[in-house]
Write a protein that binds this ligand. Structure first.
Ligand SMILES: NC(=O)C1=CN([C@@H]2O[C@H](COP(=O)(O)OP(=O)(O)OC[C@H]3O[C@@H](n4cnc5c(N)ncnc54)[C@H](O)[C@@H]3O)[C@@H](O)[C@H]2O)C=CC1
Ligand SMILES: O=C(O)CCC(=O)C(=O)O
Length: 450
């Protein structure tokens, strides 16, 4: 009998789209990886024989469930939630939970798929997963969020465990939500175990986890620049978002001498020509982490520009760090960035640039740091939180930060060694995809046909 060959990208994608209709984000994420890894698969018999790509693009399991909770007015409400356990070849499933009105299976499949490669890049033993709900936290009271989280964990707890699946935060899931979720896990199971990361510092959380994704993205940018003999000092950057990733990217940029000029939320962006730093950054943290207010309040307080319903990509700067959400930089945004001479773009958010946007940036000579590599610092410190929980110890902030810097430098090095030269520059997209792929693929081959 002859064996089937799937080494044609279009053929492979047609099959994937047929099997997963109406999931454009998942198609986009897979296509980018397939383009990078297909030449390697074509030349590597053991990957072809083991059908690694077909298996890697099919989640191990998807759990769908209803979450019923009561709002403050006494109405019974129902939401849909999922956990996509994508691939546990190199470690227990690991990845965040997202609460946002637009969450659907397409979003969580693209995120779980990406997470598998990202977690592999960290060098730590973590598989890939993602979960969440179409629950909209906007405008909900603390008590409503608590009841929702408790109800969600009542089901989710059956499917997670420190050696099985370890969720964390993502959009709409921060310290408050993780506390409610972990508290309910502990109550239902009568055990205090490292089944979640991003926990509060007084109950098993790691120093530096809150800051890790934003700080890590800036460390990755610094690695890119250092490799070229350049630095962040006296430069400027555009940042989108004003949540967990954005706030700590702004903080680290400021610390390393680069002014963050912008921040945004779904209502628009602020443009502060003097840079977001000092008491202004503290105001923004309080506004977003504590008071949960809107971004225009920063402009009201400090007299800078607020652009309603706009994104910051037409402002001139040296670097861009999209840190809000997927596909927030399209082709036309990318053209603005190229026209304004942006030197490098590093993705803090997951897949914030459309496929056309990535091409435009790369063809326009912008150094492009993809999310899998650039924002891996968050999950890396989650991995360190798991290690600390398992050892029942707590490392200092300095210890965690040193390890984070080493991991980000190591990811940069892996990208370089796996990348190919395009347009006279290093292709970090190919480098990250290949480096992430090889480790997972080798483990899958070792296990045989399971
Ligand atoms: N929290 C983490 O450790 C990690 C997060 N990420 C990714 O970073 C991005 C941001 O996540 P977090 O900062 O954790 O979430 P967050 O909930 O703390 O902040 C999200 C930010 O994005 C903005 N936003 C959300 N949807 C938007 C939309 N449709 N249009 C414009 N702005 C929008 C929000 O206003 C907010 O400023 C996401 O893509 C997430 O998947 C990636 C790696 C780790
Ligand atoms: O810390 C984690 O487990 C997951 C972080 C995350 O969701 C991500 O890297 O996108």
């Amino acid at each position: 009998m002859t064996k089937k060959s799937f080494c044609d990208i279009d053929n492979f994608m047609q099959g994937l789209v047929r099997r997963n209709p109406a999931e454009p984000n998942f198609h986009q994420a897979v296509h980018e990886v397939v383009e990078s890894v297909m030449p390697l698969i074509a030349s590597t018999q053991r990957y072809r024989d083991a059908s690694v790509l077909e298996r890697m693009t099919e989640p191990d399991r998807i759990i769908t469930f209803r979450v019923t909770w009561m709002d403050d007015a006494g109405n019974v409400r129902a939401n849909r939630a999922w956990r996509v356990q994508f691939n546990n070849s190199i470690g227990p499933y690991k990845g965040g939970l997202r609460f946002h009105k637009d969450v659907d299976l397409d979003t969580l499949k693209f995120l779980g798929f990406e997470q598998t490669f990202k977690n592999s890049l960290t060098g730590l033993p973590m598989g890939g997963a993602k979960g969440g709900s179409n629950f909209n936290p906007k405008g909900k009271s603390d008590a409503e969020v608590m009841r929702f989280c408790h109800a969600m964990m009542t089901e989710l707890q059956r499917h997670i465990g420190e050696d099985t699946d370890v969720p964390a935060g993502d959009i709409g899931v921060g310290g408050r939500e993780l506390g409610y979720l972990f508290g309910q896990y502990k109550r239902l199971n009568n055990r205090f175990a490292g089944v979640m990361t991003g926990k509060g510092l007084s109950f098993g959380g790691s120093a530096g986890r809150k800051e890790a994704t934003g700080h890590g993205a800036v460390y990755f940018l610094r690695e890119i620049l250092q490799h070229r003999g350049e630095s962040l000092e006296n430069k400027t950057a555009l940042v989108s978002g004003s949540g967990n990733v954005a706030l700590y990217a702004i903080e680290k940029l400021d610390e390393l001498g680069c002014k963050a000029l912008t921040a945004s939320d779904s209502s628009g962006f602020i443009y502060d020509r003097d840079g977001i730093s000092g008491e202004k950054l503290e105001f923004l943290k309080d506004l977003k982490e504590v008071r949960r207010g809107r971004i225009h309040e920063y402009a009201d307080a400090f007299g800078c520009e607020f652009h309603a319903k706009k994104r910051p990509w037409a402002v001139k700067a040296d670097f861009a760090l999209p840190c809000a959400t997927q596909n927030e930089i399209n082709e036309s945004d990318a053209q603005h960035l190229v026209k304004n001479g942006i030197h490098a773009l590093v993705e803090g958010a997951n897949m914030p640039t459309t496929a056309e946007g990535v091409l435009t940036l790369q063809n326009g000579g912008v150094i492009f740091g993809p999310a899998k590599a650039a924002n891996a610092g968050g999950v890396a410190v989650s991995g360190l939180e798991q290690s600390q929980n398992a050892l029942r110890i707590a490392w200092s902030r300095e210890e965690v930060d040193t390890r984070l810097k080493t991991i980000m430098a190591d990811i940069h090095h892996k990208c370089l060694t796996h990348s190919q030269e395009v347009h006279g520059d290093i292709d970090y997209v190919k480098g990250a995809n290949l480096a992430g792929f090889v480790k997972v693929a080798d483990a899958m081959v070792a296990y045989g046909a399971i």
